[in-house]
Ligand binder design. Structure first.
Ligand code: HEM
Length: 402
């Protein structure tokens, strides 16, 4: 599979397992990432890509699930390929046992409590109605920029009881943070978001009556309070894990519905099917590209891996694995076992925000489907994707009947 003039693979990689797969910069990733993932059905279960400094690619859903769920064999310490060793270790995604569970438990209890989640549906619906109401009469808008991106930011700020006065400025920094084109811009945006987070952390929860902040400040780990760095790390992680992912998922789904009128009309006719449709589309458009690293030299299903090798575990690849989902590229709302996907991961790091995400997405579709009649992509539009840790769509110019 090696095609010549390329960097050589490490000596433990058999030549027969060497190939190319650039999930960051490969031209296909910008125009048709799903086609690029689907093509991996033809590749071995595990192969080694020479791109991006070299990494393993797992191409079967059951093996991807095995890797991400096995924290004893595979570490979660790094999130990117190539590995940007910038000592930012997100809490809890980049923690391994035994530290991971302690932090996860307290975040689950404080941020994702049943009480906090109970308000999300009502809030998400009010925000979705407002966003749709602002564009509906125009008959056209960029649904990615004007609906999919602001929705999760506003829901999150409300959930955390964070100030919404600076919303527009904040949306701008989040946008540059996730989609800036220069390292300098992204660095500045990260600093601004961090400043916002730290200002919130330094505020007095007794004055604002903010329950989440009060409980985070009172929380103990190993018999001591969380440090200011740990607190800002946790909140920054929630931003990073919960804003771009939800926007991306909504974007992929709206793009699909805007280009597949039969599916859209099935939901217009029976809105009760939206919750199941969301599950099928979460599988079909898996957007998280996770990274794992063997904690020591090991053999995984006959393949020798070295401690520190990077292993790509892509939810997009898992969703399009034909051995797990026959006719995997088809979106079929009647697919058996429609919930048996791993779009939210598996094992100890299973997404903590999945209930929040599912609620936001379902509520938004429930508002879009009956209100933006015959939603469709604007004629002549070329869709551009942004590949990376979160595979997203840059913009979706759409129109509908008034
Ligand atoms: C459609 C939207 C979302 C998708 C597809 C998604 C996907 C994932 C995946 C695949 C993981 C596993 C990471 C790993 O194993 O390394 C994960 C973890 C996580 N997600 Fe989500 N996520 C979404 C929305 C959210 C939201 C809304 C939040 C919260 C605001 C959130 C918070 C987290 C956190 C905190 C973790 C780390 C859990 C841990 O390490 O124990 N996610 N997510």
């Amino acid at each position: 599979m090696n095609s010549g003039n390329e960097p050589s693979a490490p000596s433990h990689v058999p030549p027969g397992l060497i190939a190319h797969f650039d999930f960051h910069e490969g031209t296909a990733m910008f125009s048709d990432p799903w086609g690029a993932f689907q093509a991996l059905n033809e590749r071995p279960d595990i192969f080694y890509s020479l791109d991006l400094g070299g990494f393993w690619v797992i191409t079967r859903k059951h093996l991807i699930e095995e890797v991400i769920a096995n924290s004893e064999l595979f570490s979660s310490a790094y999130s990117t390929i190539p590995n940007i060793d910038d000592d930012l270790r997100l809490i809890p995604p980049n923690l391994d046992p035994p530290h991971h569970a302690k932090y996860r438990a307290l975040i689950a209890q404080i941020v994702f409590s049943a009480k906090a989640m109970a308000n999300v549906e009502k809030d998400a619906r009010a925000i979705a109605r407002e966003l749709i109401g602002a564009v509906r009469h125009k008959g056209t808008c960029d649904i990615m920029l004007e609906i999919a991106r602001p929705l999760p930011i506003r829901v999150f700020l409300n959930l955390m009881g964070m100030p919404v006065e600076r919303l527009d400025e904040f949306i701008h920094w989040v946008e540059v943070f996730f989609r800036g084109t220069s390292a300098k811009d992204v660095g500045t945006a990260r600093l601004r978001v961090l400043e916002f987070v730290q200002k919130w952390i330094d505020s007095d929860p007794d004055k604002s009556g903010n329950r989440i902040l009060a409980e985070l400040k009172a929380a103990q780990v190993d018999g001591r309070p969380l440090t200011r760095d740990e607190l800002s790390n946790i909140v920054l992680t929630l931003f990073m894990a919960g804003l771009d992912t939800v926007s991306a998922a909504i974007g992929h789904m709206l793009l699909f519905l805007a280009t597949h009128p039969v599916h859209l009309q099935a939901l217009v006719a029976e809105p009760k099917r939206i919750a199941v449709a969301v599950e099928e589309m979460l599988r079909r458009f898996g957007l998280a590209n996770l990274v794992r690293v063997p904690r020591h030299d090991l053999e995984f299903h006959g393949v020798a891996m070295k401690k520190g090798d990077l292993v790509l575990c892509s939810m997009g690849i898992a969703g399009l694995d034909e051995t797990a989902s026959p006719r995997a590229e088809a979106v079929d709302f009647d697919r058996p076992n429609v919930r048996r996907h791993i779009a939210f991961g598996a094992g100890a790091h299973l997404c903590m925000g999945q209930l929040l995400a599912r609620t936001e997405i379902r509520v938004l579709l429930e508002e879009v489907v009956p209100n933006l009649k015959r939603l469709r992509l604007k004629a002549g539009t070329a869709i551009e994707y942004k590949p990376g840790s979160v595979l997203t769509v840059r913009g979706i110019p759409a129109e509908w009947d008034l």
